[in-house]
Design a protein around this ligand. Structure first.
Ligand code: FES
Length: 184
């Protein structure tokens, strides 16, 4: 016998009540997935934030009032505070920079890090030059290379003026190369 009884046929068809219940369950499922996805976006952004932002960010630092440098005739050393943000970490360190003037008398700020191998370069008052103590590179007061193993002059930093005060954006540059190249 291959035919199905009338009772079996009636059982295989779902009632209108069951259909409505499955539709509501499906709707609830889709709604839950949608709301879950919506809520997870900020959480995912929060978790990935240290990975997707720039690895290291250096903020601007105060150097001093413009009036402090108006009458200077040679480079003036200043210690600046650098706020470094790396992912979730924030570190504050100090760096020495020189405020000097170019041939037109415009202020410029030089990093004290030697472009040869990274020693701190002091200003030599007697020689009227920057003289690196490590391998003897020399530079003029505005940072131009004079002699020695360095392939370029001292690195100039980006500056800005806010309310009569000089600000500088400290950066690190690649050593042992002739062109200035930012590395951080
Ligand atoms: S590190 Fe300055 S000359 Fe070598």
């Amino acid at each position: 016998m291959t035919g199905r009884t009338g009772l079996e046929r009636a059982d295989s068809k779902s009632s209108p009540f069951e259909s409505r219940r499955s539709f509501l369950a499906a709707l609830l499922g889709v709604g839950s997935v949608f709301v879950g996805a919506l809520l997870s976006v900020p959480l995912i952004r929060f978790a990935l934030f240290p990975l997707i932002r720039r690895t290291t960010e250096l903020k601007g630092s105060a150097v001093g009032a413009l009036s402090d440098f108006a009458s200077s005739t040679e480079p003036v050393m200043r210690t600046i505070q650098i706020e470094q943000v790396d992912g979730w970490r924030k570190a504050v360190s100090e760096k020495a920079v020189y405020v000097t003037k170019d041939s037109k008398g415009q202020l410029r700020v030089l990093t004290s890090i030697c472009p040869h191998l990274g020693c701190t370069v002091p200003w030599n008052k007697e020689k009227n030059q920057f003289v690196c103590p490590c391998h003897g590179a020399t530079f003029t007061a505005d940072g131009t290379r004079v002699s020695g193993p360095s392939l370029r002059g001292m690195d100039m930093l980006e500056t800005s003026i806010r309310d009569g005060h000089l600000q500088v954006r400290f950066q690190y540059f690649r050593q042992l190369v002739s062109d200035k190249e930012v590395i951080g």
